[in-house]
Design a protein around this ligand. Structure first.
Ligand code: C2E
Ligand code: MG
Ligand code: MG
Ligand code: MG
Length: 290
């Protein structure tokens, strides 16, 4: 039901989840069970600060290992969670895993921000701010280190309502980041009114930055726009050194991508930190600015 295509590009073709399709039905049953058991895990991918050259944050990305079918990528199961309402408990589970991991890092004297992805449905849930607050209060965790990533299209789906919830999250001191920026239809008017403090430039503009002049121009303008609005920028999908250097020259604030690291399990991430040149000075950096 999801066309085979490059990772992370599911938004183009997203058919309705069909509960009459036996295959979908069994996947839904397994998904429900996985959530009940809390067995969907979070992988962590670092964000490199381009000025200091050290890792200042991580993004939590959901990973589902199905007992028979093997690894099922987020673009296959997140839409099902969204269409069935399971996204609400799921988001809180991933958020708790992310906060727990950050608290563990903190005990090892490594302090990072952690980003969690929210879905459109989370932004329509008036209970969300209180539920988030209840979770973070249970951990030794500085709530200013929690970043919530929200796609432009999720915000624009119901901008007035989103504005209310985002306002509450902002008042709690959480940092809001616009994910996949440039792929949706966000109006600059809303961007100005929203309490967001970060734009994540979508991988589709970053991947050919070196060879494609249009992409280079879009990335440059986005960084300028962001800085003029007082926002910082993260470039997604950085896969080579040349692109990283170009982004640094364009004054991009942070980079995330396979060049720095793939998303890693908590244990592998600890190992990565012990060996990466970018983590060599990762003891207690300043929280992400903004
Ligand atoms: P996203 O939030 O834009 O996450 C970045 C995606 O790009 C991740 O894919 C990551 O593995 C991938 N990526 C990072 N660096 C590179 C790179 O250098 N090259 C390439 N080709 N890809 C790179 P992933 O983990 O498959 O997640 C895909 C999307 O699924 C995410 O896009 C996000 O929209 C959604 N997602 C993942 N976890 C969650 C979650 O816990 N909750 C929600 N609501 N959505 C999630
Ligand atoms: Mg994201
Ligand atoms: Mg993204
Ligand atoms: Mg993306």
């Amino acid at each position: 039901y999801v066309a085979k295509r490059a990772r992370n590009e599911f938004a183009i073709y997203k058919p309705e989840f069909d509960t009459y399709n036996p295959d979908h039905l069994s996947l839904l049953r397994d998904l429900r069970e996985a959530i009940r058991r809390g067995s969907i895990t979070a992988a962590f991918q670092p964000k490199l600060d381009l000025r200091s050259g050290i890792i200042v944050g991580v993004e939590a990305l959901a990973r589902w290992h199905h007992p028979e079918r093997g690894d099922i990528p987020p673009y296959e199961f997140i839409p099902i969670l969204e269409q069935t309402g399971l996204i609400k408990p799921f988001t809180l589970q991933i958020l708790e895993k992310a906060v727990d991991y950050c608290a563990q890092c903190r005990q090892r004297n490594m302090e990072f921000s952690v980003a969690v992805n929210l879905s459109m449905h989370n932004l329509r849930d008036d209970k969300l701010p209180e539920q988030i607050s209840e979770i973070i209060n249970r951990y030794d965790f500085d709530h200013r280190q929690l970043v919530l990533e929200i796609t432009e299209s999720a915000i624009m789906h119901d901008p007035e309502h989103s504005l209310g919830i985002l306002g509450q999250l902002d008042e709690m001191g959480l940092k809001l980041s616009v994910d996949d920026f440039g792929t949706g239809y966000s109006s600059l008017t809303y961007l100005k009114r929203l309490p967001v403090s970060q734009l994540k430039i979508d991988r589709s503009f970053v991947k050919d930055l070196i060879t494609d002049e249009d992409d280079a121009m879009i990335v440059r303008s986005t960084i300028e726009l962001a800085h003029n609005l007082g926002l910082d920028t993260v470039a997604e999908g950085v896969e080579d050194e040349q692109t990283l250097e170009h982004l640094r020259a364009l004054n991009c604030d942070m980079a995330q991508g396979f060049l720095i690291s793939r998303p890693l399990s908590p244990d592998n991430f600890f190992r990565f930190l012990a060996s990466s040149p970018w983590a060599a000075r990762s003891k207690r950096p300043e929280p992400e600015s903004g």
